[in-house]
Write a protein that binds this ligand. Structure first.
Ligand SMILES: Nc1nc2c(ncn2[C@@H]2O[C@H](COP(=O)(O)OP(=O)(O)O)[C@@H](O)[C@H]2O)c(=O)[nH]1
Ligand SMILES: [Mg+2]
Length: 276
């Protein structure tokens, strides 16, 4: 878990770093773009130009992800689809960062490359994306006069540098619904919640929207989540002493299956008229 002092320090650091950059990569989870693009992020960013990277797109329903891109565009945000694991979408992300940076510095003559930083909640793929953006150009550009000691810039294109440390945004003040989704997708550590409760909620959601995701992997499951976990435990051979189905391990297995894409490409949030 995290501590208030920790969160405050992370925010302060992001605020300081924001002053040095022209554009921000807002990394969100394509399966939960609303819940992973938390309020703190919007507040911190203020008027700063940003490009929303819908990461882990390989795990999300592509049709829903396209609607999210459209939705963000309608709200005036640059948004693009990324798979930080394979690097898919990274050239597009760099191109969008350039557009955003140019918009931020209209009329000014460029004396240095544009600068960007990445921000996002834990486990959303910040480090993976940084590695992908850096690619073979991971040579750091080192210290420059006027830049606080310790910051390193990675040249990701001729005209674009990226801060080597992403900003970590902690999902404070999340709604109950968002908290569920953050638990399901792995943004919050499993030790901090009841995995059986969260797995049951995932079962409820999938049962309603993507029942085939469950039946293909586990066969037809009982409707009641607790019984469904028992059935999964039996089917996977997850038994406690005495041959009793181990519903906790079944819950962990279900979450692991979902997070790794073994239940298929599933989006847990759809865009609607509500502003995000
Ligand atoms: N399937 C998939 N997994 C990803 C993607 N990006 C990151 N991951 C995985 O998500 C986990 C967290 O990634 P990491 O870069 O450490 O996240 P960070 O905490 O934001 O720095 C790792 O297991 C990554 O391999 C992606 O686009 N698709
Ligand atoms: Mg990381």
């Amino acid at each position: 878990m995290w501590y208030p002092s920790h969160v405050a320090r992370a925010k302060k650091e992001i605020r300081q770093n924001l002053r040095l950059v022209d554009v921000v990569f807002e990394i969100v989870d394509a399966r939960i773009p609303r819940s992973s693009r938390i309020a703190a992020m919007k507040q911190l960013l203020g008027q700063k130009q940003s490009v929303i990277a819908l990461n882990k797109a390989d795990l999300a329903d592509p049709a829903v992800t396209s609607r999210w891109v459209q939705h963000f565009a309608e709200l005036g945000h640059e948004a693009t689809v990324v798979n930080a694991k394979t690097g898919q979408g990274v050239p597009e992300l760099i191109a969008r960062a350039r557009t955003g940076s140019q918009r931020a510095s209209t009329g000014q003559r460029r004396l240095r490359p544009y600068r960007a930083m990445a921000v996002g909640i834990p486990n959303v793929g910040k480090s993976s994306l940084l590695n992908r953006l850096a690619g073979r150009r991971s040579a750091r550009t080192g210290e420059r006069p006027g830049i606080t000691r310790g910051r390193q810039w990675i040249r990701v294109a001729e005209d674009l540098e990226l801060l080597d440390m992403p900003g970590i945004l902690w999902p404070e003040h999340a709604t109950d619904e968002a908290t569920d989704l953050l638990c399901i997708t792995g943004a919050l550590p499993d030790e901090t919640f009841d995995v059986e409760v969260v797995a049951s909620r995932l079962l409820g959601r999938l049962g309603g929207t993507a029942p085939e995701a469950l039946t293909e992997r586990y066969g037809v499951l009982p409707g009641a989540p607790e019984e469904a976990l028992t059935a999964i435990a039996r089917q996977r051979g997850l038994l406690a002493t005495g041959g009793v189905p181990d519903t906790k391990r079944a819950a962990q297995a279900l979450l692991a299956d979902f997070r790794s894409g073994r239940l298929g490409r599933v989006s847990l949030e759809e865009p609607d008229d509500e502003l995000v």
